[in-house]
Design a protein around this ligand. Structure first.
Ligand code: 5GP
Length: 116
């Protein structure tokens, strides 16, 4: 699939109306359409990196930034202390379905480990 044709690129481009709970020059964050927890946000870089597998050294700053944004959102939304789960599904066995790298931020219930 072309990187520019994913649903997330369309959301970022404003072609699919979606409320951003956070946005800046590097990334956007919005609610997952099929939430797996009381809070389930997706933090998505504007640059359409296909997956973590396709990330390279030039993406180092962006990757770190996504995690810092997730932690900031967690503090702002008040669940940092109770805890949360960060997930980056990667390729087929990792359960990735949208091939535009993204960070899942899940909170509001306990999570087991290892995940299913
Ligand atoms: P993945 O399986 O690639 O790790 O995660 C993709 C996520 O995107 C899934 O949790 C799925 O529910 C979510 N998703 C798919 N299409 C849309 C959409 O059109 N809008 C939103 N907000 N989330 C979507």
């Amino acid at each position: 699939m072309s990187q520019d044709t994913t649903i997330f690129s369309k959301i970022i481009a404003g072609e699919i109306p979606t409320e951003f709970v956070y946005e800046d020059d590097i990334c956007v964050a919005f609610n997952d359409i099929s939430p797996q927890a009381p809070t389930h946000l997706l933090i998505v870089p504007r640059e359409p990196i296909e997956s973590l597998d396709k990330a390279r050294n030039k993406h180092q700053e962006t990757l770190g930034y996504l995690l810092l944004v997730a932690a900031e959102i967690a503090r702002e939304q008040g669940f940092a202390e109770s805890g949360y789960r960060i997930v980056i599904n990667t390729n087929g066995d990792g359960g990735q379905t949208v091939f535009h790298l993204h960070v899942h931020l899940l909170a509001g219930r306990p999570f087991v480990f290892p995940p299913g």
